[in-house]
Design a protein around this ligand. Structure first.
Ligand SMILES: [Zn+2]
Length: 338
């Protein structure tokens, strides 16, 4: 018997017909409930919001007079880590570099570049190697910070201004403190409280493997789309047996790099441009019941006059309204990951 119940509510809305507003048509709507968190998502039909073309990024991404993250300036424009955290000063893995973050949004924070050699990397250039190296460098920094004391850790990324990024040079950021974030505390707390002989994450993967939302597996990294997304084109990578970012191996990071890069190639093929991703660590007292989760969503394209993809539904109700079912997203990414 399946141990996780995927609950969905099917609703029928009656709306005016577009071509003849004097008559009404019935439109199906599905509200899905996340089995772990209880949050609900609305899968709507009919309104496809996918962009028909990619915006021209030439002007937006042109090298500026000064960028702190380009190879020629990074050593002068950024600091080095305290030796109590790492003896490396700046942490370099392949093309990736991690340096202390100027923005204080956490007790410890770092910023990492996929590559300093190019000021801008479009989605196809965020290769498995570049992404994997970046994650390996963040894992090394997280282990360094955790050497001071165990903390809540996450690694997160904006990309282009429409996703919240203030700098164009592609980068990601880490956060480490004693509090964690709302979503992170919920994920770990609810995983700990999950009633089941095996962990929620083990049960989820066992149940989803080979199904409509399954994308594939590499090593300990299982890739799938979520039953009830919180964002557009959302994809998950779950690292089985890794309770915290500190436990990610070089191989895990390489496999996560392949997964994330595959998603970026798919986004590119759908005329998407921007994204956010988050890698949620398991907190200062990691539980066997939690597995590290990497979640990636697409964001609105940085058109000159763009409509935000975050409406009152997402911002104030914490409820995503999705127009492409998770099963359709998985079906398109699966062959690229194989
Ligand atoms: Zn730059």
């Amino acid at each position: 018997m399946a141990s996780i119940a995927f609950v969905q509510h099917d609703i029928t809305a009656r709306v005016p017909e577009m071509t003849d507003p004097t008559s009404t048509v019935e439109v199906p709507l599905t509200i899905r409930v996340d089995p772990l968190t209880g949050h609900s998502s609305r899968i709507v039909s009919g309104t496809k919001l996918a962009p028909l073309a990619r915006p021209d990024l030439t002007e937006l991404t042109a090298p500026p007079a000064f960028c702190p993250f380009c190879a020629a300036t990074i050593d002068a424009a950024t600091g080095t880590f305290d030796p109590s955290i790492t003896a490396e000063g700046r942490i370099r893995r392949g093309s990736a570099v991690i340096v202390p973050n100027l923005m204080a949004y956490s007790e410890f924070s770092s910023v990492g570049l996929y590559d300093t050699a190019s000021h801008f990397l479009d989605l196809p250039e965020l290769t498995p190697g570049r992404v994997g190296d970046l994650l390996a460098a963040f894992a090394a920094y997280t282990r360094g910070v955790n050497g001071l004391r165990p903390l809540w850790s996450s690694v997160n990324a904006n990309y282009l201004p429409s996703s919240g990024s203030s700098l164009i040079h592609p980068h990601a950021q880490s956060a480490h403190d004693g509090i964690g974030t709302t979503v992170q505390r919920n994920l770990v707390g609810l995983s700990r409280a999950w009633q089941g002989t095996e962990s929620y994450w083990d049960a989820l993967i066992a149940q989803e493997e080979g199904g409509d939302r399954w994308i594939g597996r590499r090593g300990r990294v299982a890739v799938l789309t979520p039953w009830a997304p919180i964002g557009f084109h959302e994809v998950w990578a779950v690292v089985e047996g890794a309770r915290d970012i500190t436990e990610l191996t070089e191989e895990d990071c390489a496999d996560l790099g392949i997964a994330l890069s595959t998603v970026f190639q798919s986004y590119y093929s759908w005329n998407l441009t921007a994204f956010n991703w988050a890698l949620y660590g398991g907190g200062p007292t990691p539980s066997e019941r939690y597995s590290v989760l990497l979640r990636v969503v697409s964001r609105a394209n940085p058109d000159a006059v763009y409509r935000s993809d975050v409406t009152y539904f997402e911002r104030l109700h914490a409820e995503a309204v999705i127009d492409l079912a998770p099963e359709a997203v998985a079906a398109e990414i699966r062959p690229r990951f194989a």
